[in-house]
Ligand binder design. Structure first.
Ligand code: ZN
Length: 169
């Protein structure tokens, strides 16, 4: 934040110092000159302190602007990165960001966690379990697991064909 008080304080002190210096030119009494010299030194010191405070405030502002510029670049990069993905529903109630066709840039197809992406973080969804009827994915960031059913396994009765049952009987 610009330290307006420090800047105006420094300017006021410089003006007061000039007034005192002008008044000193008219003085002939040594004790009056000494008194004005002490006052002049006090005012110059005050002006220096105000100038230092204003300088520190300016340096802090420059540093903050630098941080914000980096953050803007980072947000623009992230927005461009998110543009490579599309929100897809992999199963009812389970959404993820899937890499769009044509956005591979040499990468293999993959999905990232939608929850982590909404918090500005990119974490892959890794296949944790794979089976004929069920797949499970896990986010490498938040650790959430998402299961996808790929169909119903046949019931035990479906496994026996009639011929087999006849043999058993
Ligand atoms: Zn996640």
């Amino acid at each position: 934040m610009v330290d307006i008080a420090a800047i105006s304080g420094a300017l006021g002190s410089i003006k007061a110092a000039g007034d005192i210096a002008n008044a000193m030119l008219k003085l002939r009494d040594a004790s009056a000159i000494l008194e004005k010299t002490v006052e002049l030194n006090r005012i110059i010191l005050s002006a220096q302190q105000d100038a230092l405070a204003a300088n520190a405030a300016q340096a802090a502002l420059i540093a903050k602007i630098g941080e914000l510029e980096k953050e803007i670049v980072s947000l623009k990069d992230w927005k461009a990165e998110l543009g490579r993905y599309q929100l897809t529903e992999l199963a009812p109630g389970f959404v993820a960001l899937s890499l769009k066709k044509g956005e591979e840039s040499g990468e293999t197809f993959h999905r990232i966690c939608a929850d982590c992406a909404s918090n500005g973080k990119k974490f892959y969804l890794q296949q944790h379990q794979s089976g004929p009827y069920y797949d499970e994915f896990q986010c490498g960031g938040c650790g959430s697991k998402m299961g996808i059913s790929k169909g119903t396994p046949p019931t035990r009765a479906d496994d026996y064909d009639e011929e087999w049952l006849r043999v058993r009987d």
